[in-house]
Design a protein around this ligand. Structure first.
Ligand code: DSN
Length: 440
């Protein structure tokens, strides 16, 4: 399904079409190492751009607020059943438009916000006595240590509505210290403990978190957005048996369309569904739900397990090759698809922002990232986050990972020299010609 210059958009809207052509060229000729991105199959792409975008389907299968939803019901039921089969969960809601909304729905289903938001209701009940209540407490991984914005950062709704305590990683090991998590949990008495990260390269000990949650009477949420594909394929332990809720995006290692998904134990099913709709969202994006159904079908095929194994093998090879070239990796390596490069020892004068820019000029797409205990600002950073899901989809293997490590190190060491970066860009173009995008 490569771009067709006779397609309706090309004919009708050349201005927009130009961006399609440029983006196709960009994706085709660059190496995508952003850990949260991937390349979907032609079938998922087709579903995401399909006629299901024409339809309102507020409600759930069998209980809609619009006529004409029989095919919506089919699609949504298939998607939900496939999630249950993939993850072994009691209940799945495939309507969240993003991982962020999946998390918000869990909060809406379970937590009480602070007084700024509850106050008007309380004042109505008792006008003479406005009451200020603190919001419920969240315990989650600090964003600066690899956590996620929606896990209680002060600029996010989760941080504005609830009180938050963060655990971090140990300064020496770069790993989560479960004794510290237990100490903090006993101290702050959270209503919800959140596990999951956007930049953590080690295995999560779900059982230890579950034991701490039980000890302090907290609910447990695992946001597995990054590792969902690994979990679905059995290549990372699953949090589903021990968590009240599990949320994820569908477009990272899971290799589906951009979107969200929320799972829970049966006792929370009704509350979760009501929180997604009508609590958070109106009409679900049914073209996205259709694409999710197709992607979940792909994830149930035996080839998906093989793909996830290769994602991990590639990440380990890339991390080892970078370490052998004197680039530190936080925690010393990776167990999954992602790694955080700490630039401080090898390239003390190079910030993550500079490295991102130079690598971009060389056709290697990455994102700057704070490393734990980073002294630089978020727009500068001392780190880079790299991931292998997209390159693995393209078919690159361990040999190519060694070459990619060499190119990355050369680009970071170039000090921005345009001719060095231009040469690397040519090597990247050659590599991309050998490893085609899935829809090409
Ligand atoms: N923005 C995503 C990531 O890049 O990890 C998380 O939402």
């Amino acid at each position: 399904m490569a771009l067709d210059n006779h397609s309706p958009i090309a004919k009708q809207d050349p201005e927009v079409w130009k961006a399609f052509v440029a983006e196709e060229e960009r994706q085709d000729t660059t190496l995508e190492l952003i850990a949260s991105e991937n390349h979907v199959s032609p079938a998922v792409l087709q579903a995401a751009g399909s006629i299901f975008t024409n339809k309102y389907a507020e409600g759930y299968p069998g209980r809609r607020y619009y006529g004409g939803c029989e095919n919506m019901d089919t699609i949504e039921n298939i998607a939900r059943d496939r999630v249950k089969q993939l993850f072994g969960c009691d209940h799945a809601n495939v309507q969240p438009s993003s991982g962020s909304q999946a998390n918000q729905a869990v909060f809406l289903a379970t937590m009480q916000p602070g007084s700024r938001f509850g106050e008007s209701e309380q004042r109505e009940k008792n006008p003479d006595q406005p009451v200020r209540t603190p919001g419920d407490m969240i315990l989650s991984l600090d964003l600066d240590h690899g956590g996620h914005l929606t896990h209680g950062k002060h600029v996010n709704m989760s941080g504005k509505w609830f009180r938050v305590t963060h655990y971090g990683v140990n300064r020496e090991t770069g790993r989560i210290d479960m004794d510290e998590v237990r100490r903090l949990a006993r101290q702050c008495k959270p209503k919800m403990i959140i596990t999951g990260a956007s930049a953590y390269s080690r295995i999560w000990d779900w059982d230890a978190f579950a034991e701490i949650a039980e000890d302090v009477g907290a609910m447990l949420l695992a946001d597995i957005a990054h590792i969902a594909g690994l979990v679905a394929a059995g290549e990372h332990p699953s949090p589903v048996p021990v968590c009240d809720f599990v949320t994820t995006t569908t477009h990272k290692t899971l290799r589906g369309p951009r979107g969200g998904l929320a799972m829970c134990k049966e006792q929370w099913a009704k509350k979760l569904d009501s929180a997604v709709f009508p609590g958070m969202q109106g009409g679900p994006l049914m073209h996205a739900v259709a694409a999710k159904a197709v992607a979940f079908g792909e994830a149930l095929q035996p080839g998906f397990k093989d793909y996830q194994k290769r994602v991990i093998e590639n990440a380990k090879t890339l991390a080892e090759s970078l370490i052998s070239r004197k680039l530190n990796i936080v925690s010393g390596g990776t167990d999954n698809h992602v790694m955080l490069v700490d630039l401080r020892d090898g390239f003390p004068d190079v910030t993550g922002a500079m490295a991102e820019d130079w690598l971009g000029q060389a056709g290697i797409v990455v994102n700057k990232n704070m490393i734990p205990f980073d002294e630089r600002k978020p727009m500068e950073t001392s780190g880079l986050r790299l991931g292998t899901p997209a390159l693995t989809t393209r078919g690159l293997g361990p040999d190519e990972m060694r070459t990619v490590a060499e190119l990355i190190t050369k680009a970071i060491g170039s000090a921005g020299d345009a001719s060095v970066l231009g040469n690397i860009r040519n090597d990247v173009r050659e590599m991309c010609k050998q490893f085609k995008l899935p829809h090409a």
